[in-house]
Design a protein around this ligand. Structure first.
Ligand code: DQA
Length: 147
């Protein structure tokens, strides 16, 4: 099956952006790791990044048509976007929310996310290692639904 890994605003700058918080690993490095994992699992991976909220909505709809599940790092839109909340509700596939940093250990405005109530689970605070953890969790959910 196909799995989508969607990345929101400013994640294209990973590696250069606030390395004290987000580390030196780039999004391309993370994609490489995710591809290796998907190959091992026999999954097709769509790995994407956009800075635009509506594009994330479009991609969620697209995933709903052709994927078995989604991992999303919504970036700051996670904290603000009712549109992402609604899109996740609208698609009938499991979604795992992911943040590199521990959003609960940061500013109060990052403690709440609009999509947390409509995703299967949230992984945050493990840096780039969160991506394989999220994919593994997603595959577990997808396989459970098949049994
Ligand atoms: C982030 C956390 C968000 O609060 C922030 O706006 C980001 C990155 C993370 O991966 O830790 O852009 O989603």
């Amino acid at each position: 099956g196909t799995l989508f890994v969607l990345n929101g605003p400013n994640l294209n700058a990973l590696g250069k952006r606030e390395p004290g918080i987000y580390g030196a690993v780039t999004l391309a490095d993370i994609e490489t790791t995710c591809r290796q994992q998907a190959d091992e699992l026999g999954c097709v991976l769509e790995f994407r990044q956009t800075n635009h909220e509506g594009v994330l909505v479009d991609w969620l709809h697209e995933a709903g048509e052709k994927a078995e599940g989604v991992v999303i790092n919504p970036g700051a839109y996670g904290h603000t976007s009712i549109a992402l909340h609604d899109a996740i509700r609208a698609i009938g596939i499991p979604v795992v929310e992911l943040h590199l940093s521990n959003i609960h250990a940061r500013e109060a405005f990052r403690h709440r996310t609009m999509i947390a109530p409509v995703v299967k689970g949230v992984i945050c605070g493990f840096g780039p290692a969160g991506y394989p953890l999220a994919l593994q969790a997603l595959v577990g959910i997808v396989n459970q639904q098949k049994n």
